[in-house]
Write a protein of this length. Structure first.
Length: 288
């Protein structure tokens, strides 16, 4: 196979963490003659010009590394091959051994690529845009110091939905439904779905239940009563202070999170093995 036919890869991984640098070096040796590695992106972001040349991105690390890389890659529609070197690694489809076993199917164009929706978030203060970002898992607002409950007003497609007095609010993608949303009592959605989940964090009213809305909806959140330390966070990795009268606008991001799926397991296998979902109780009569 000539070099012109080799898949072009970009590598993501934080070389300062654990054995990441060593494992990346081992993979680079393995990939010689099988793929063309056009860049290795460590802590610093790679430029769009480099990323758009890639056929795949191999991300070594945990869920944080994958979400950080995927936000960049969604702008250029490059599929992510997640290799778990973290603790849970819910978004990582492969371990190192599986990656090597899977490699021939990747190089022959037989990769199983799934498409997952993302969120786009913008925040405005007095009509002026403060920031904008894509999100893989969620956009959430947390009360922060001095940890009094905050009050937010929510509208969907320009129509008032609810006022929310709580410790915060989560707007989640289906991919992120098994993250912060799940911990706060929100529903698990199939990652292939196209929808958003609105979930309150410790609401003052028992009647404020999570709600699933259409993926094409536009959500606006207004700060009515907030704390000095109230923040808006993107995937738990980037935060910005939220003040009274600020407006947070969330809608579907134009790009998607493209995931190379592991042919050895399904989405339900991942849910069961990594989150112990629907695990059978252990009865006294069970053997072992």
């Amino acid at each position: 196979m000539g070099d012109m036919n080799l898949p072009k890869l970009v590598i993501f991984g934080d070389p300062t963490k654990g054995h990441v640098a060593e494992i990346i070096e081992d993979f680079l040796d393995f990939a010689k003659g099988k793929a063309e590695v056009i860049a290795s992106c460590g802590i610093e972001e790679c430029t769009v010009n480099i990323l758009q040349e890639a056929d795949f991105a191999v991300v070594f690390g945990g869920d944080g590394s994958i979400t950080s890389a995927a936000r960049q890659l969604s702008e250029v529609n490059v599929p992510v091959i997640g290799v778990n070197l973290g603790k849970l690694g819910y978004l990582a489809e492969f371990n190192v051994e599986e990656l090597k076993d899977f490699f021939p199917s990747l190089t022959s164009g037989k990769a199983l690529i799934g498409k997952r929706m993302m969120l786009g978030c913008m925040m405005f203060h007095n009509g002026q845009e403060q920031f904008r970002s894509a999100a893989i898992n969620d956009v959430f607002i947390t009360a922060g110091p001095p940890f009094k409950m905050i009050e937010l007003k929510i509208s969907v497609d320009g129509q008032p939905l609810a006022g929310c007095v709580s410790d915060g609010l989560i707007i989640s993608t289906p991919t992120g439904s098994t993250a912060y949303n799940l911990s706060c009592g929100g529903p698990i959605l199939s990652p292939k779905m196209e929808a958003m989940v609105i979930t309150a964090i410790c609401p003052h009213s028992l009647n404020f239940r999570p709600i699933v809305i259409n993926a094409e909806s536009r959500v606006e959140i207004f700060g009515v009563r907030v704390n000095e330390g109230t923040t808006v966070s993107i995937d738990g990795q980037f935060s910005s202070k939220l003040s009274i009268d600020d407006v947070v606008k969330i809608e579907r991001h134009k790009g998607d999170f493209l995931v190379v799926n592991n042919p050895l397991r399904t989405q339900w296998d991942t849910l069961a093995t990594k989150l112990s979902w629907a695990e059978k109780p252990k009865y006294k009569s069970d053997p072992g």
